[in-house]
Ligand binder design. Structure first.
Ligand SMILES: Nc1ncnc2c1ncn2[C@@H]1O[C@H](COP(=O)(O)OP(=O)(O)OP(=O)(O)O)[C@@H](O)[C@H]1O
Ligand SMILES: [Mg+2]
Length: 257
């Protein structure tokens, strides 16, 4: 399954991605997590300590690799370069193993799906297609805030788009925009995940707007998540309340697969 996670900034995409990935691994699945956020923090949420183990260089910043694969220097525009560079060895070479799963940091995928013709994007576009169309493990993509990345191309092969929504009008409006765009792109299954929900009243208001049939999970507000973010530890170690819902969500995902 190829699962993309989107939603307004700060709603909890990275936290959800980390919890899903780590719980899936605990249950014995083979998981590849992709941090496609230019300011990504998925590694940290998975328990990786940058201060001890060093920064993971995003794929898009590997200038020598971009040049080797596309035949052109990164940043060059208008010249000739390979449009479908070889990418099937990149996960093997550049992913990092964290707590039993593999993480790949790509850097910004936004333009990779759009029309920017430069070597970096040719490599990323090709790599994204490989991830979504060719790989056989569970792939979880933590996308950046907003929905600019959902333009065309590989979108149709995404099995599920999870749109994270927190109680608040802006998050709800963004979620509606994302799902309408995703439908235009023929993403087959789109589910809302409510996050940071305090009570039934909040859930009811959000459900009224977004439609009960589209809500796949309701994750309660959990102070442990805030603490784990502050202390730089993984939410997997402390957020029991969130994990209970995440387990049910995994069952739902399996049922929809
Ligand atoms: N269920 C929850 N209860 C309380 N706090 C939460 C919950 N889920 C996430 N958070 C907190 O909300 C903040 C934002 O979460 P996170 O970084 O996962 O969001 P994001 O959508 O990935 O943000 P960005 O758009 O910046 O990438 C973090 O401090 C996180 O710990
Ligand atoms: Mg994030």
């Amino acid at each position: 399954m190829k699962i993309a996670i989107s939603g307004k900034g700060g709603v909890g995409k990275t936290t959800l991605c980390a919890l899903l990935a780590m719980e899936m691994v605990r249950q014995g699945r083979k998981v590849l997590a992709i941090d496609a956020d230019p300011n990504g923090s998925l590694a940290g949420a998975l328990g990786y300590k940058e201060s001890e183990s060093g920064r993971i260089e995003p794929l898009i910043e590997k200038k020598a690799l971009v040049e080797e694969r596309t035949g052109a220097k990164p940043g060059s525009m208008g010249g000739y370069f390979v449009l479908n560079p070889k990418v099937d060895d990149l996960v093997h070479r550049f992913s990092v193993e964290i707590n039993g799963l593999r993480l790949m940091v790509t850097g910004e995928l936004k333009e990779a799906l759009g029309g920017c013709y430069c070597p970096e994007n040719a490599l990323l576009r090709s790599f994204l297609r490989h991830l979504i169309v060719e790989r056989d493990e569970w792939v979880l993509l933590d996308m950046e805030a907003g929905f600019e990345h959902l333009t065309r191309g590989t979108a149709e092969s995404v099995s599920v788009l999870l749109v994270v929504v927190e109680p608040g009008q802006r998050a709800i409006t963004t979620a509606k925009k994302i799902s309408s765009l995703a439908r235009q792109l023929h993403i087959k299954r789109i589910g809302y995940v409510f996050n940071k929900v305090h009570d039934d009243e909040q859930k009811r208001i959000m459900t009224d707007v977004l439609g009960a049939e589209n809500v796949w999970a309701v994750i309660p507000f959990d102070m442990h998540a805030v603490h784990s973010d502050l202390s730089g530890t993984s939410p997997f170690d402390s957020c029991q309340g969130m994990l209970d819902t995440v387990r049910t969500l995994i069952d739902t995902l399996e049922a929809k697969a």
